[in-house]
Design a protein around this ligand. Structure first.
Ligand code: NAG
Ligand code: NAG
Ligand code: NAG
Ligand code: NAG
Ligand code: NAG
Ligand code: NAG
Length: 626
C-alpha cells in the first residue's frame, strides 16, 4: 500500500519526474503553427496562455551577422485586462537550469507566482517567461544528437555503469573520456547543421540577458501599438495604467524596464542582467541565490552544496521527532536520530556489496547501489515538503527487501535511460518528445565559466574530493556538472565575469519617472534558511555586492524560498517590493505555514508540472526548480 502511494507522490513531485497522462493532454501545443516574427505577436496556446515566437539576432556581438533565432515566449495573462487601472505590467521569470523551460514552468508555477505578486484590486501582473535560446521550443535548439537520441542515452548509460565519480580509480578518467567524445559529437552536429543552425556557441548568459532586454522592449512596443490602435484587450480610451514603466514612457524620457523573478540559475541570469544593464532595472527578485563569482570564475560550482548534508541531517532528526506514526523509517525503540541514520548507513554499505536488483516497470534491468540512493536523496532535498515522507516510505520498504517503489522511482526519474523510447523516436529530428538534451545546459555554464579544457585527471580527482568535503551526500554528483565542461568545444562570443554589482538605485515610491541610467529599485534577494544547492551564505554574499539590496530569509528547507513553503510574510514583502521598490532594511526573517512532517502540508496554487511528462530525467536541472 505505502510504496504505491509513495510512487504516485514521487511521480508528481520529484524534480524532472514523469507526470500524469492528464497533464500530458493539456500540454500539447504545436509551436510550428506560429510563424516567428520580429515583433511580439501572441496566439492562444495550452489552456489560458498566450504564446509568441520572437525573432532575435543569433550574435548580439556582431551587427553584420544576419543569422537569427526564434525564441519561444509565453504569457499567463493578468486576471484583469491590460486596460484596467490595476494592471501593473509584465513580470518576467526564469525557472533556472540552466536550460529550464519557461514555457513549462509557467504552466505549473505561473498561477502560484501571480497569486504571490498580485495585490487584489490594486495591482495585477502578466507573468511572462520564455525558453532560453537553444532550449526546448526555441530554435535552433542545442542538440548534439539530432534524430539519434539513442546514442546520447548510450553515453549516459555508460557513464552510469562506471559509477559515481568517487567510486573507483577509473570513474574520473572514464567520465573525462566520454565527455571528450561527447564534445566531438557536438561539434560535428553543429558543423553539419542538423540541429537547424549554429547555436551552441551563442548561448552564454550575457546573450540570454540581452534577449531579455529585447523582450522587455518588444512588450513595451506592443503595448504602445495596442494603445494606438485599440487592438486586443487594450482600448485607448482606457489607457490609464499603473505599471511603473508606463510612467516612464508617458514622460518620454526613459527606456522600458525589467520586472523579474528568477529562481536558482535564474538568479545568475538576473545578476548578469542587473550588472550589465543597470539602467534597465525596474524590479528584480532573486530567489535561491547562486554565487555568480563562483559560477563564472575559477574551478566553479564549489560553494553550492554547503548546506546539503545539514538538510539530510534534518531529514533524520525530523523523522525521529515525529516517530513511526508519521515517518516510516522511525522505530519506537530509537534513542535518537542517529539510530535511524546508522541503520540507513549500514544498509547503504551492504548494497554496495550486494546491489539491489530488479526489473523495472519499463522492462529495464536495474542494479542499484548506494550511489543511486544518494542521488535519490539528493533530489529529495530540493523539495522536503513534498518528498520527505515519501523518501521515508521508499527507504523503509526498500530496506525491508521490497525494491518495487525504489526501482520504479529510478525508472521514472530516468536514472536509467529508456532506450525503447529513444528507438521509437527514430530519425525524426522534429519530434523527440522524450529527449533530455543535457548539452543545452553545457552550452550555457561551460561558456560562462572559466575554461577547464586542459585540466588533467589528477586535477579533476582533487576537484571531486573538494566537492565531497563540501557535501558527502551530493558531492560526487555535483562534481560531475563542471566535469562536463572538460572538453566542451565551443568558445563563447560573449562572456561576462563581473563585477556583479549595480549603482545605487533611485527608488520611486510615488508615480513619476525613474532616473535615466539608474536602477529604479535595489535588488531583492530571497533564500530558504537551508537550501541544498543555493545556500543562504551565497545570498548574503551576492546581496552584499549590490548597494541597498534587501534579503529575506524564509524559515524553510529546500530549494528556493517561494518553492519550499507558503509564507504570507515572504509574499507580502515581494508584492510590496514590486509596487514600491522598497526592500526590508535589515535581513528579514519570514516563517512558513507548515513543514515537511506536518499533516497535509503542501504548496498552494501549484498545479502539477506538466512539462516533464516526456522528459523523465532525474534532476534534470541542478540549478533549477526541477
Ligand atoms: C560578423 O559577421 C559577418 C557576417 O556573417 C562575418 O563576415 C564576420 O566575420 C563577423 N565578425 C566577427 C568578428 O566574427
Ligand atoms: C517499515 O518497515 C517495517 C519492516 O521493516 C514495517 O514493519 C513497517 O510497517 C514499515 N512502515 C511503514 C509505515 O510502512
Ligand atoms: C515518452 O515517454 C512516455 C512515458 O514514459 C511514453 O508513454 C511515451 O510513449 C514516450 N514517447 C515516445 C515517442 O517514445
Ligand atoms: C516527424 O514529426 C513531425 C512532428 O510530429 C511530423 O509532422 C512528421 O510527419 C514526422 N516525419 C516523419 C518522417 O515521420
Ligand atoms: C488532511 O489529510 C487527511 C488524509 O489525507 C484528510 O482526511 C483530512 O481531511 C485533511 N485535513 C485537512 C484539514 O485538509
Ligand atoms: C569573434 C568570435 O569569437 N567568433 C566566434 C563566435 O562563436 C563561433 C561559434 O563558437 C565561432 O566560430 C566564432 O569564431
Amino acid at each position: 500500500m505505502r510504496p504505491n502511494t509513495a510512487l504516485l507522490l514521487l511521480a508528481a513531485g520529484l524534480p524532472g519526474l514523469a507526470r500524469t497522462q492528464d497533464a500530458d493532454k493539456t500540454a500539447a501545443f504545436d509551436w510550428d503553427s506560429i510563424t516567428p516574427s520580429r515583433d511580439l505577436c501572441y496566439h492562444d496556446c495550452y489552456h489560458g496562455f498566450r504564446c509568441a515566437r520572437l525573432v532575435l539576432p543569433l550574435d548580439w556581438q556582431n551587427a553584420t551577422d544576419a543569422r537569427t533565432i526564434a525564441l519561444a515566449v509565453i504569457k499567463l495573462p493578468a486576471v484583469v485586462p491590460a486596460s484596467d487601472p490595476s494592471f501593473a505590467g509584465p513580470i518576467l521569470t526564469n525557472p533556472g537550469g540552466p536550460g529550464g523551460s519557461g514555457v513549462a514552468f509557467i504552466q505549473s508555477f505561473g498561477r502560484r507566482l501571480r497569486a504571490i505578486v498580485d495585490k487584489p484590486g490594486r495591482r495585477h501582473y502578466d507573468i511572462v517567461s520564455f525558453d532560453p535560446r537553444g532550449m526546448e521550443n526555441s530554435r535552433p535548439r542545442a542538440d548534439c544528437f539530432p534524430g539519434d537520441a539513442l546514442t546520447r542515452d548510450a553515453v549516459m548509460l555508460e557513464a552510469r555503469g562506471h559509477g559515481a565519480l568517487d567510486s573507483s580509480r577509473l570513474a574520473v578518467p572514464y567520465a573525462l573520456g566520454l565527455h571528450h567524445g561527447f564534445g566531438v559529437r557536438c561539434l560535428a552536429a553543429e558543423a553539419q547543421g542538423l540541429g537547424g543552425g549554429d547555436i551552441m556557441g551563442y548561448m552564454s548568459t550575457p546573450s540570454v540577458a540581452r534577449d531579455m532586454v529585447e523582450i522587455v522592449d518588444k512588450i513595451e512596443e506592443l503595448r504602445k501599438h495596442d494603445a494606438r490602435h485599440g487592438d486586443g484587450e487594450d482600448r485607448p480610451e482606457l489607457k490609464k495604467r499603473s505599471g511603473h514603466h508606463d510612467h516612464d514612457h508617458d514622460h518620454g524620457h526613459d527606456v522600458a524596464r525589467l520586472q523579474y523573478i528568477g529562481f536558482s540559475y535564474g538568479t545568475i541570469l538576473g545578476n548578469y542582467f542587473a550588472s550589465m544593464f543597470p539602467e534597465r532595472i525596474g524590479r528584480i527578485v532573486l530567489d535561491g541565490v547562486s554565487n555568480a563569482n563562483d559560477y563564472s570564475t575559477g574551478p566553479g560550482w564549489l560553494t553550492n552544496t554547503v548546506d546539503a548534508d545539514e538538510i539530510a541531517a534534518r531529514f533524520f532528526s525530523g523523522c525521529h521527532a515525529v516517530g513511526p506514526a508519521v515517518c516510516a523509517l522511525a522505530r519506537s525503540a530509537d534513542a535518537s536520530a542517529a539510530d535511524i541514520h546508522a541503520r540507513v548507513d549500514a544498509w547503504l554499505n551492504a548494497i554496495d556489496e550486494s546491489p539491489l536488483t530488479a526489473v523495472a516497470p519499463s522492462g529495464n534491468v536495474v542494479a542499484a547501489t548506494s550511489r543511486d540512493v544518494r542521488e535519490l536523496m539528493g533530489s529529495v532535498l530540493y523539495s522536503p515538503i513534498r518528498l520527505f515522507k515519501v523518501l521515508a516510505d521508499i527507504l523503509n520498504a526498500t530496506m525491508a527487501g521490497d525494491t518495487a517503489a525504489f526501482v520504479a522511482a529510478m525508472d521514472l526519474a530516468g536514472s536509467i535511460p529508456h532506450l525503447k523510447d529513444a528507438c521509437t523516436v527514430g530519425t525524426n529530428v522534429t519530434d523527440e518528445p522524450n529527449v533530455s538534451r543535457i548539452e543545452g545546459g553545457f552550452s550555457v555554464f561551460c561558456a560562462d565559466g572559466d575554461s577547464l579544457l586542459h585540466k588533467d585527471t589528477a586535477w579533476w580527482r582533487r576537484y571531486v574530493d573538494k566537492q565531497l568535503q563540501t557535501s558527502s551526500l551530493m558531492g560526487a554528483y555535483w562534481a560531475g556538472i563542471r566535469l562536463s565542461c572538460t572538453a566542451w568545444p565551443f568558445r563563447t562570443n560573449w562572456s561576462f565575469k563581473g563585477p556583479f554589482t549595480t549603482p545605487p538605485a533611485v527608488t520611486v515610491t510615488v508615480p513619476g519617472a525613474p532616473v535615466r541610467g539608474k536602477p529604479a529599485a535595489p535588488l531583492l534577494f530571497l533564500s530558504a534558511r537551508l537550501d541544498p544547492v543555493t545556500p543562504l551564505s551565497a545570498a548574503r554574499a551576492m546581496a552584499a555586492l549590490h548597494p541597498g539590496a534587501g534579503l529575506v530569509v524564509q524559515e524553510s528547507l529546500g530549494h528556493c524560498a517561494i518553492a519550499t513553503g507558503d509564507s504570507r510574510c515572504t509574499a507580502n514583502i515581494v508584492a510590496d517590493y514590486f509596487e514600491s521598490g522598497v526592500v526590508p532594511t535589515h535581513e528579514a526573517a519570514c516563517s512558513v505555514d507548515c513543514g515537511p512532517w506536518d499533516k497535509n502540508c503542501s504548496l498552494s496554487s501549484m498545479s502539477l508540472p506538466v512539462h516533464a511528462l516526456h522528459v523523465p530525467q532525474k534532476r534534470r536541472f541542478p540549478l533549477g526548480l526541477w
